[in-house]
Design a protein around this ligand. Structure first.
Ligand code: NDP
Ligand code: HEM
Length: 494
């Protein structure tokens, strides 16, 4: 007698034969009443869900955030109090590639974190860069179209990318990071993570501070050149999954140091730059990073689909003591993610185990597809509406963030007006040594193959405004790579 479990239908009945269809005679046809065959094929047809519209390819793991510093004077959030240890989930990703894309591609990396705090889930859905390509959400879908496939050729289009970037100088800062060494990290272990947007902290006294989050790798920055990346992809398309999964299995746990930059609320009115503009950093000299704690990843998921593909991160998930900022991009993201989750995962995506808070949840949402919690989350079957006389859950005023003074005439303000797009890329360019600059130039030249001359020249004019050496270096690299000549404007770079 075998001690193996009995194979059953999903309704629990034993399956007599999982190898041979039920047929009329040995040569068929197949009987309609072989419903288990139909069930098996139907399930297969439903094994895929829509991939994420962006950041489709990803790698995830569980871990812990330990707070070693003391920022309690800025925030009342329990997750950030001295000594707090909070279980969490991380998902890293590339932006443009589809679900099966190769890992070692030049692209921005997503750095999404979900902290299961005692006050609800706090998600920080950032990137491995401290800034972004655009500063108004109206530009986000257009930008992403340039990163995805051309509608006719079904190929990625360098022309679309550089056309958009050269017409959107606010992208210069991020384009410079993307084309620099940090545009192709060796693995998630060897890159920083950033909250990127400005968020806010508030304390028990009702004081607000603006905050930027930084996760600094403890394993050193390591990157691939284009040639090294091509070689890696030729050998394996899954180098990040292998590195992250393997490191955790070996007990070589990936770690990052959490730092914050803090700006008192009213100082935001005095900075030379807009501190809520996601294309800008706050210079460290003005707002020195403060060490807060350590993020460690120490457990691999048991089931990739259930725990990583089903994971739903949203910047709108905050907890008392942490708030948003007026950043226009952040404001749009607060809508977009939960909307994506309802489409991609279903109405009750927050009830999927990986997304479920680890604190009590009481709300008055009812019914809906895949409601597996009985329709009522109030803990009291008579309290299914609000207000009620049956001891249903009530709001908690202590979770109210302090009032924020905002003013201004309602209008569509030109986000390019009065916004310098060259100073910070220049500060970055000046950080690069000669080797880093040479690789920046050749990476850009490689990425510009086939781009029409007028678009190349428009982009070169932006590089020149950052630094004359930037333009000269890219121009020389374009000539070396594609025989590109300025006179040939109108022709393609290849
Ligand atoms: P600092 O010299 O004080 O800080 C430089 C920052 O740049 C460090 O965080 C460092 O990260 C990072 N950095 C170093 N080399 C590179 C590189 N090759 N590519 C990308 N980032 C790099 O200068 P500032 O704060 O005045 O910033 C100068 C420029 O540095 C900015 O314009 C911005 O482009 C870039 N930067 C600034 C950050 C900030 O929050 N202020 C954050 C990241 C980049 P690390 O310590 O991990 O090496
Ligand atoms: C994923 C929208 C800007 C980081 C996504 C998804 C959407 C989206 C719809 C897929 C979500 C899902 O299906 O689960 C937007 C919009 C933006 C924007 C509308 C601008 C208005 C940004 C910025 C960053 C960022 C500025 C980083 C600073 C990420 C990350 C993911 C993601 C890391 C993957 C999350 C995961 O691992 O599941 N974005 N995004 N996005 N986005 Fe954005």
């Amino acid at each position: 007698m075998s001690d193996r479990p009995i194979l059953t239908t999903s309704a629990g009945a034993p399956v007599p034969d999982n190898q041979n269809s039920l047929t009329a005679g040995p040569r068929g046809g197949v009987m309609m009443q072989d419903y288990q065959l139909i069930e098996k094929l139907s399930h297969q047809n439903r094994e895929r869900i829509p991939e994420r519209a962006v950041h489709a390819k990803g790698w995830g793991a569980y871990g812990t955030l330990k707070i070693t510093g003391d920022i309690s004077k800025y925030t009342k959030a329990k997750v950030l109090q001295p000594g707090a240890e909070t279980p969490m989930l991380a998902r890293f990703s590339t932006v443009a590639g589809e679900l099966g894309a190769a890992d070692a591609e030049r692209d921005v990396r997503g750095f999404a974190l979900k902290f299961y705090t005692p006050e609800g889930n706090w998600d920080l859905v950032g990137n491995n860069t401290p800034i972004f390509f655009v500063r108004d959400a109206y530009k986000f879908p257009d930008f992403i179209h340039t990163q995805k496939r051309h509608p006719k050729t079904n190929l990625r289009s360098a022309t679309a990318m550089w056309d958009f970037w050269s017409l959107s100088p606010e992208s210069l800062h991020q384009v410079t990071i993307l084309m620099s060494d940090r545009g192709c990290p060796v693995s998630p272990l060897h890159m920083n993570g950033y909250g990127s947007h400005t968020f806010s902290f508030w304390n028990d006294a009702g004081e607000r501070y603006w905050v930027k989050f930084h996760f600094k790798t403890q394993h050193g920055h390591k990157h691939y050149t284009n040639a090294e990346a091509a070689d890696v992809i030729g050998r394996t398309r899954e180098s990040y999954q292998e590195a992250l999964y393997g490191a955790i299995e070996e007990g070589n746990y990936p770690r990052w140091t959490l730092q914050v930059q803090i700006m008192p609320e009213l100082e935001a009115e005095k900075t030379a730059y807009d501190p809520f503009d996601v294309t800008k950093v706050w210079p460290h000299a003005d707002y020195p990073p403060i060490e807060v704690g350590v993020l460690e990843l120490n457990r691999n998921p048991e089931n990739y689909f259930a725990e990583v593909e089903n994971a739903a991160f949203s910047p709108s998930n905050i907890v008392p003591g942490i708030g948003f900022s007026p950043d226009k991009m952040l404001q749009a993201r607060l809508f977009s993610y939960a909307d994506a989750h309802r489409y991609r995962l279903g109405t009750h995506y927050e009830h999927i185990p990986v997304n479920r808070p680890k604190c009590p949840v009481h709300h008055y949402h009812r019914d809906g597809q895949m409601n597996t919690f009985g329709g009522i989350q109030t803990g009291n079957p008579s309290a299914y509406y609000e207000p009620n006389s049956f001891n249903g859950p009530v709001e908690q005023p202590s979770a109210m963030e302090p009032p924020l003074r905002i003013s201004g005439d309602m209008a569509r303000y030109d986000h390019r007006e009065g916004n310098d797009d060259y100073v910070q890329p220049r500060a970055l360019f000046n950080l690069f040594d000669a080797g880093q600059k040479a690789r920046l130039f050749s990476n850009i030249a490689a990425a510009m193959g086939g781009v029409p001359g007028p678009i190349v020249e428009r982009q070169l004019a932006h590089f020149k405004r950052v630094h004359p050496d930037y333009e000269a270096g890219v121009r020389a690299a374009l000539h070396a790579a594609h025989g590109y000549e300025a006179d040939a404007v109108g022709a393609a770079a290849e």
